[in-house]
Design a protein around this ligand. Sequence first.
Ligand SMILES: CC(C)(COP(=O)(O)OP(=O)(O)OC[C@H]1O[C@@H](n2cnc3c(N)ncnc32)[C@H](O)[C@@H]1OP(=O)(O)O)[C@@H](O)C(=O)NCCC(=O)NCCS
Length: 345
Amino acid sequence: MSNTIFAFGLGIGSQNKEGNWLEVFYSAPSLNVEKNTLDALLESTNYEGGNNTLVLDESDLNRLHMNLLKAGNIEQAELASRLKASTKPVILCVLATDEAPTNPAEVYLKLQLISHRLVKPHNTVLDGMFGLLINTAWTSEGPIDVRELAERQLSARMEGRTIEVFSVDKFPKMLNFIVPTGIRVGDAARVRLGAHLAEGTTVMHEGFVNFNAGTLGNSMVEGRISAGVVVGNGSDLGGGCSTMGTLSGGGNIVIAVGEKCLIGANAGIGIGLGDRCIVESGLYITAGSKVAVLDENNQVVSTVKARELSGQSDLLFRRNSATGAIECKTNKTAIELNEALHSHN
Ligand SMILES: CC(C)(COP(=O)(O)OP(=O)(O)OC[C@H]1O[C@@H](n2cnc3c(N)ncnc32)[C@H](O)[C@@H]1OP(=O)(O)O)[C@@H](O)C(=O)NCCC(=O)NCCS
């Protein structure tokens, strides 16, 4: 057996009536776990190696507490001790290797590794995750299997309560699981679990960040970061702008935005951007769009498909307001982020 494992988490699970897992909350998921901690898991629980998910009882947690203390892993030892008081099932999910997930506990661990900034988007295998998750109502009374919701709503009403339903989805908003340091989010519902919000990110109310996607540094997000899209340090997404994902007919280009870019309000990109690029407000650049490349005197030097410019730096894209043609020029004015706007204190 290898000396280190990919990740593990001690979590609290929620189940439907049939005992299937709806979600698992890991307060402190761990990445690249050292041998000492791995030995503590092996000695304290029924974990015998590989990728495995177990429900722990109080004696497991007692042993885990003692052995993790001996292993010098104080944070996880204290968590194991704390979880003895949980009234909900306590789960140990161990991922010896980063394989495609096989159960909801593994999916939730991986999504939380990203949101805890332990793993960057695209750096863990999430293949097939949607098929493993149960469609769930995320409510004021916790997660409820959507097939059980009507009955629960009736029961609650009979007791004089209203169950507030926040969303019906395979997984919920990120901030109910982790609020990373140094961020602001105008509307929690707009950031999905599995988003990666770097220190210095502001997501305003119109902004949206999907799972396995997000920011790598300072960023003002007033547009949509689709699944898989990663935005570099110092780049801003203007109000209502769109970054094309690969999930529904968006093609197979995984969109990345480099550093210090500005995607204008209501603009959109179906190609990647390098560093210091600007897309004019309102312009949607799809990969196949024909783009006139202009020289310093605004003369057309060539016409190319936008995908040929994907990922290149120092470009300014605009739609010529007189001719309607999409044009690309050298961007001479790299944007400077407004310091006050990006302060998170
Ligand atoms: C594309 C953009 C960056 C251009 O701004 P700019 O570099 O300041 O350029 P200017 O508006 O000063 O225009 C420079 C010249 O280009 C011309 N021009 C600008 N946009 C043009 C267009 N779409 N078609 C034809 N000419 C255009 C101007 O008329 C001007 O011509 P001149 O030199 O003859 O006077 C800007 O229009 C834009 O869309 N910014 C995005 C802002 C935004 O959405 N922020 C997010 C808020 S939430």
